[in-house]
Design a protein around this ligand. Structure first.
Ligand code: NAD
Length: 440
């Protein structure tokens, strides 16, 4: 079996590699020549645990190929997955220009039956647009070829993408053709063998499922952050509240951690896009509008605490641990670290940051407005305070003795609640976290 994956980013590369690992012949396509050249030379463009070995293994077995030519990749391909970016447009709606450009190209080069599968996160109604774009191109060249479209949204989490793809909670497939359903069943069979369900449904429901899932997850985060802010005001501890509510099986204990706000390439843009879809249909998703507002404010909560502790920030030096929007990824898109670093440098402070993998990516966002350290202790030298932004495992148990020697002041702002207030007190630190009483 041969398939083609168009768009070789976080989703496309993981999808292509995992399919290749089941024995399928996969060609990954991208318009970024440098990315494709690097991949051909064994250089993996993103950090994702386990991905590099898996790519190299499947390239060696000649099951995984890279090209900039969509046309070439389509030769004998039974399915073409569209996994290109759908960034937010100016009005917040998903920008479909890349998806539709790929659809037009498919129409231009198709020469046999294929199933065109949209894996990118796209608004309801996109499959129809993809179908129309392909049909248009076929008509332009007078070709009468059969094809089907399907919607197969992706639910992988960056940082755990391979595991998520190989052992999915569920696979969602929207299709209106038996032939396409049969093909998708064949493709995904290796991933559903151990009881992981494959859910077939109509296309609009599949498209909606992806947005509803991300919107629900973002809602859990903003809800908990809102409660955390109230906890601080009334003297409660959000960690206890989380344990208290999480043990209720109707609520569950996952995804209810308070912090410095959600970021990444998905939640912010997908929440915006579904709000826009609703507005275009004369409906207001009031809960999600609040989710977005709470999150925008939450990214600034640490800045407020820092300003309260240091009324005169100008000339102060802040060490920052973690830059990526979450651990185990180098993705910096919409990362709270950017908002916090920019606010501090605008106020005249110096920021010295360390992240185990995201520093190169961070340079695209923050340039030389901040300094980058060679390790987590290097950035502490003469720092007036430490700000913890990303909960990488290596930051969880720091060497307090070394910290004491390096820092000017024993002050920590913890944006992910990874340290114990009691322990901080024991080591003599002034400690601020989210939704918990401060230690002064
Ligand atoms: P990405 O930016 O990492 O990768 C997209 C790739 O598409 C880029 O390499 C780009 O060069 C390429 N591209 C753009 N136009 C192209 C064209 N015409 N032909 C060929 N290649 C083209 O994006 P991503 O994070 O992989 O996300 C892709 C889609 O999957 C988005 O819709 C996103 O919302 C969705 N998604 C992402 C995640 C995630 O965790 N990153 C999870 C689930 C779903």
């Amino acid at each position: 079996m041969k398939i083609s994956i168009v768009g070789t980013g976080y989703v496309g590369l993981v999808t292509g590699t995992c399919f290749a690992d089941t024995g399928i012949n996969v060609t990954c396509v991208d318009i970024d020549e440098k990315k494709i050249k690097n991949l051909e030379n064994g250089i993996i463009p993103i950090y994702e645990p386990g991905l590099d070995q898996m790519v190299l293994k499947n390239v060696e077995k000649e099951r995984l190929h890279f090209t900039t030519s969509l046309k070439e990749s389509m030769e004998h391909a039974e399915a073409i997955f569209i996994a290109v970016g759908t960034p937010p447009g100016e009005d917040g709606s998903a920008d479909l220009s890349h998806v539709l450009e790929v659809a037009r190209q498919i129409g231009r080069h198709m020469n046999h039956y294929v199933v065109v599968v949209t894996k990118s996160t796209v608004p309801i109604g996109t499959a129809k647009k993809v179908k129309a774009a392909i049909q248009d191109e076929l008509e332009k060249r007078g070709a009468e070829l059969e094809f089907d479209v399907a919607s197969n949204p992706e639910f992988l989490k960056e940082g755990n993408a391979i595991e998520d793809f190989l052992k999915p909670d569920r696979i969602v497939i929207g299709t209106e053709s038996e032939k396409a359903e049969k093909l998708m069943n064949r493709l995904y069979k290796p991933f559903v063998l151990n009881g992981h369900p494959i859910l077939f449904m109509d296309i609009p429901s599949a498209e909606m499922t992806k947005y509803a899932a991300n919107a629900m997850l973002a809602t859990k985060i903003s809800f908990m952050n809102d409660i955390a802010n109230l906890c601080e005001i009334v003297g409660a501890d959000v960690t206890n509240v989380r344990r208290g509510i999480g043990s209720d099986t109707r609520i569950g204990n996952k995804f209810i951690y308070a912090g410095a706000g959600y970021g990444g390439s998905c939640f912010p843009k997908d929440v915006k896009a579904i709000i826009k879809t609703a507005q275009l249909n004369n409906y207001n998703l009031r809960i999600l509008e609040a989710v977005e507002n709470v999150n925008d404010d939450q990214k600034k909560v640490l800045i407020k605490k820092i300003k309260q502790h240091f009324p005169d920030i100008k000339g102060k030096t802040f060490a920052m641990w973690g830059l990526s929007f979450k651990p185990h990824t180098d993705d910096m898109r919409e990362a709270p670290s950017v908002v916090i670093a920019n606010a501090l440098t605008e106020l005249g402070a110096k920021v010295k940051a360390y992240d185990p993998v995201a520093m190169e990516e961070a340079k695209h966002e923050l340039g030389d407005s901040i300094e980058y350290g060679k390790d987590q202790y290097d950035v502490l030298i003469e720092a007036d305070a430490l700000i913890l932004i990303t909960e990488w495992p290596e930051f969880r148990v720091p060497n307090y003795k070394v910290m004491d020697k390096l820092m000017n002041n024993k002050v920590v702002f913890d944006g992910r609640n990874i340290y114990e207030p009691e322990e901080m007190k024991e080591f003599g630190y002034t400690y601020y976290s989210i939704g918990r009483p401060s230690i002064k």
